[in-house]
Design a binder for this molecule. Structure first.
Ligand code: CTP
Ligand code: CA
Length: 223
């Protein structure tokens, strides 16, 4: 098998990706989570590996598998664990892609025993989780930093705010308004938003979307 350098444009590059949901414990048997399948992040990891990159995938709970001989897989459950894994890799990463659907809030107190059914209503007090991507944006020094945004209204404006606030190189806007797009299914319709421009893409499989995103990253590293 012959490989030319243009086949492996990411050879020598280190890429770290977050994928899937995070789970926040309520008690020993219950959690707050979301329906993210992790598919987008896993497809990005596979494509980056095919293009020659050294890939680390930090994954929340999913049913997906990946070839661990070719991709370093760090499994995490909570946002705190994902945050710690992300920071442990960030100093030695060229490109960081945050594809995870991170929980925004977690229970303020985690019960150490299973909560019993007593009163007619139960109130859980929640507190914000760490914003992993924003924390990396504050310390980045040469790394390319890429985020995702899932919006239902004022999509471009909201995505641009995240791009700026989190100090990203570009953000992938995922529209829930489009048929067949979303974080549960197998297809996505994205726009890639840069500080000074925007590119719109057709509805495609997540595998094809991953290829489009990696093309942008190759261009970004070449620029
Ligand atoms: N993100 C993160 N850590 C968090 C929340 C989000 O790293 N605690 C990352 C996601 O992986 C994604 C980007 O930030 O790449 C945007 O996530 P999103 O949920 O769209 O935005 P939020 O900043 O959480 O704002 P909101 O949910 O209110 O729209
Ligand atoms: Ca969020």
């Amino acid at each position: 098998e012959k490989h030319f350098s243009e086949d492996l444009p990411l050879k020598g590059k280190k890429i770290t990706i977050t994928a899937g949901p995070t789970y926040e414990a309520i008690d020993p048997v219950r959690f707050i989570g979301n329906h993210s399948s992790g598919k987008m992040g896993y497809e990005i990891a596979k494509r980056a590996m095919q293009l020659g990159a050294e890939v680390t995938l930090i994954s929340g709970p999913t049913h997906l598998n990946i070839d661990e001989n070719k991709i370093e897989l760090i499994r995490v459950t909570s946002t705190r664990e994902m945050y710690e894994a992300a920071h442990s890799k960030f100093g030695d990463t060229d490109v960081f892609i945050a594809a995870a659907a991170v929980a925004d809030y977690k229970p303020k107190m985690v019960a150490d025993q299973k909560i019993k059914k007593n009163d007619d209503s139960l109130t859980l007090e929640l507190t914000k989780t760490e914003d992993i991507l924003a924390s990396l944006g504050k310390i980045k020094s040469g790394q390319k930093l890429i985020g995702f945004a899932l919006e239902t209204n004022n999509e471009e404006e909201n995505a641009r705010k995240k791009l700026e606030k989190k100090n990203l190189d570009f953000i992938v806007l995922n529209s829930l308004n489009d048929q067949g797009a979303g974080f549960k299914g197998d297809t996505n319709k994205i726009s890639i938003i840069y500080p000074d421009r925007k590119k719109d893409f057709q509805l495609k499989s997540k595998k094809e979307v991953a290829a489009d995103i990696l093309n942008e990253i190759v261009e970004l590293l070449d620029a």
